[in-house]
Ligand binder design. Sequence first.
Ligand code: ATP
Length: 241
Amino acid sequence: MSGAPLLTVRDLVAGYGNAAPVLRSVSFDVEPGSITAVVGANGAGKTTLMRALSGLIRPAAGELRFDDVDLREVPVERRVRHGLAHVPQGHGVVAELTVDENLRLGGLWRRDRADARRAVAEVYEMFEPLALRRRHAGHQLSGGERQMLALGRALVGRPRLLLLDEPSLGLAPKAVAQTMALLRRLRDESAVAVLLAEQSLRGALSVADRGIVMSQGQLVFTAPAKDLRDNPHLRQLYLGF
Ligand code: ATP
């Protein structure tokens, strides 16, 4: 991959309130149409990183560029209009609304109503189980289906970068494999870039182009995912398996 990065993160410092920052000088790039896995133990700072990128928390310092835009100048509710979609941990599906209502919610802000409708139709094509359950409420879905719906809802906004926080959490291994296959398709067929925070290292590294290893709020290592997958020494050193 070549050309300008889609996302540039430089010396990012962020955390909560007056406590010591969680993220300490984190720097990395995300290339357009690539999958980057952010791996690291519980509490390493993966969720905090996602929140700082989507604007849910305000960085104390550092640079965040998305294309030509200084993200720090863009309020959280406008970042999605720039093509940045965040699917938080726990998925964020509205349990009382139907599958169809959840999907349409994902396009409510879009001016191009016709394209928003097209995007919903495409999600149904991509996720057959959702098409079969259009009128089911969110709470009637399985964990895997809820994950699909959360992803589908984000896709209705036609993102260029998806921030996915632990999409495999609580899913059966088969559903994890399906989710990873889907991310691969999104990258290959729609050139969507994905930043994927995961504790499920094998799953994440199986689809990722690049791996970022975080520990205690710092980026301790980054390499092509293939190297992290295939090099037992690196795996042992940074991933502990
Ligand atoms: P996990 O896999 O458990 O989600 P993580 O790598 O995503 O872990 P974070 O959730 O970003 O890690 O947590 C990093 C640190 O930030 C932890 O020490 C945690 O206690 C702290 N933290 C997380 N959320 C908050 C919050 N809302 N307020 C204060 N501290 C928080």
